[in-house]
Write a protein that binds this ligand. Structure first.
Ligand code: LLP
Length: 430
């Protein structure tokens, strides 16, 4: 979190006091650090440099155009899973030839859009999808570059909602089925099988699943090449875990060391699809306390960020560090592990939003300093799967997003208005 630091008991994003941003742009508010994003991109490019990596940033993690633009300018490619994400990449100046198109349910229209744009390859997840790609490619008279998404059947030991690489997953195909499919499409002129793809899950905090998956790929690549497929690319997917609570997750170089030996043997170029590791710790969500309240034994901090703004705690029971933007007198900056219950004077409370659901919380039983109405909270590690999973539930306009660079700020997305909320609907009175 080194681009979000406390100076004189006050939180800064790079060189800007976060409280000033909240005053000027309102809350809830997403704030991203440009330096933090670029640092991670560069770390990936360097750690894997031996395999001439193409980093295809996974747009679903944070699809703000300013972030896509920033990454494109620094040599990143993109991983998209829909026509909408493909459109975003193109508007932000990303290169289609550095874009991979994934997803289990690509429609003919999306396949056509990918082919016309000239994506580097489609990650194919089923036989019927490959049939569809052949059909669309024939009608457009374009040869479609493809990679089979293979399930290496390894256990990534992460939350079951975000674990994908086992045999019985809706994603990808098991090894046997993939080989049969490769055999079947051996002579096809409409496709060119140039790679294999594996994505085993997200928020993975061990290197073992990666080394096992990469090891299995060596033999698969040999078999596909023997069939005559010109396999040039190994796409290892994304999934590198980040630290939400100060506990260490493997470093990017450790992840690299887990796959490089196997991939080196294949002579393939590497594609990777990291999302969270690039933006996760580069963003925070700022909220303001609306009320404090005690019910029975429980204390509540009711603040203006809710499950519709950041759904991860409600959906996955994820932990996000939380601490006041201005630390009250007598309290320290938050410890790296956010074990705040050790700090004298803190009290356990539930940090909740205004949404009408008991599941609307950002933290439960969290030790925080006593806070009053109007004070600001920072919810850390909110750069990935925060805004992209936000909704308008309870007719709440979604937050604004700011991108900070040193002491400069751009409004990467303005706050939604009430008029935005009803803009697509028929107005029954007009
Ligand atoms: N490639 C594929 C094929 C994916 O399905 C994903 C994420 C990624 C790459 C990027 O994974 P990352 O590097 O960000 O772990 N909403 C959940 C995470 C869902 C991940 C879905 N797929 C969360 O908030 O934890």
């Amino acid at each position: 979190l080194n681009h979000f630091t406390y100076r004189n008991n006050e939180l800064y994003c790079e060189d800007i006091p976060v409280a000033n941003l909240a005053e000027k742009y309102g809350t809830p508010l997403y704030v991203y650090s440009q330096a933090a994003i670029l640092k991670q991109l560069q770390a990936l490019q360097e750690a894997f440099s031996e395999l001439k990596p193409l980093v295809c940033y996974s747009v679903k993690a944070n699809s703000n155009l300013s972030i896509l633009r920033l990454l494109a300018e620094h040599g990143s490619g993109f991983d998209v899973v829909s026509g909408g994400e493909l459109k975003r990449v193109s508007v932000a100046g990303g290169q289609a030839r550095q874009t991979v198109f994934a997803g289990v349910g690509k429609t003919d229209e999306e396949i056509a859009a990918g082919l016309t744009a000239g994506v580097l390859m489609f990650n194919v997840e089923s036989e019927e999808e490959l049939d569809a790609i052949v059909r669309v490619a024939q009608s457009k008279k374009i040869q479609a570059p493809v990679a089979l998404r293979i399930n290496p059947d390894v256990d990534p030991k992460t939350h079951r909602y975000i674990s994908t690489g086992h045999k019985e997953s809706k994603f990808g195909m098991d090894i046997q089925r993939s080989l049969l499919l490769a055999e079947k499409f051996k002579g096809s002129e409409s496709i060119k099988m140039i790679g294999i793809h594996m994505h085993i899950g997200s928020q993975i905090t061990s290197t073992t699943p990666y080394s096992s998956a990469a090891a299995k790929s060596v033999d698969i690549i040999t078999r596909l090449r023997e069939m005559g497929h010109p396999i040039d690319w190994f796409n290892m997917g994304g999934g590198f875990g980040i630290s939400y609570d100060g506990k260490t997750s493997p470093s990017i170089s450790e992840f690299a060391a887990a796959v490089i030996p196997s991939i080196r043997k294949t002579g393939c170029r590497l594609v990777m699809e990291p999302g969270r590791v690039i933006v996760g710790n580069a963003g925070i969500l700022i909220s303001r306390v609306i009320y404090t309240k005690v019910s029975g034994e429980k204390r509540f901090l009711i603040q203006d960020a809710a499950m519709n703004d950041l759904i991860r705690p409600s959906l996955y029971e994820s932990f996000h560090g939380i601490w006041p933007v201005k630390v009250p007198a007598g309290f320290p900056s938050p410890p790296d592990d956010f074990e705040t219950s050790r700090i004298n004077g803190t009290k356990l409370c539930d940090v909740v939003g205004p949404v009408c659901e008991s599941g609307d919380f950002l933290a439960q039983d969290r030790a925080l300093p006593p806070l009053n109405r109007g004070e600001l909270l920072a919810i850390f590690s909110a750069g990935a799967y925060g805004m992209t999973m936000a909704s308008n539930y309870n007719s709440r306009p979604r937050p604004a997003e700011l991108l900070v660079n040193g002491s400069g700020v751009v409004v990467a997305r303005r706050r939604e208005t009430f008029d935005d909320l009803i803009a697509e609907e028929l107005n029954p009175l007009s």
